[in-house]
Write a new protein. Sequence first.
Length: 140
Amino acid sequence: MAQSAQLPAPPDTALVEAPVDRFAGLIAAWLAAKAGRSGSAKTERAYTDAARSFRQTLQAVGHDLDADAAAVALVAQAWAARGEPAPSTFNQRLAIISSLYSYAERRRLLGLMDPGPQQRAGQPAQAKHQAHATPPAEYH
């Protein structure tokens, strides 16, 4: 009598149906790229906390990291100003978020680049997220 072939078990549906959080992946990749640059656990914690807090603030108003540039800029300004911080803290908060968006832009992970006529003419595209000043190089 011939043995019947055993069919493999179906895949775990929890794994198949679980949504992929590409933004959590983006933040994790950005943090990994940042890891060890400053050598400070405090700086690493500040970046981690800022990214999570900023994303939660975006989500609280119905957006995420890929929201319209104007909406992101408004949320970023309000988020950075929470708690009436010193100007240096306000600027540091925006610099951290700017670093995250710069990382995403360089890798075209959020579709934030505006491929306009400048790019076709060989000039760099202008980022849509320009609500704040360019942070110092150590934040990029």
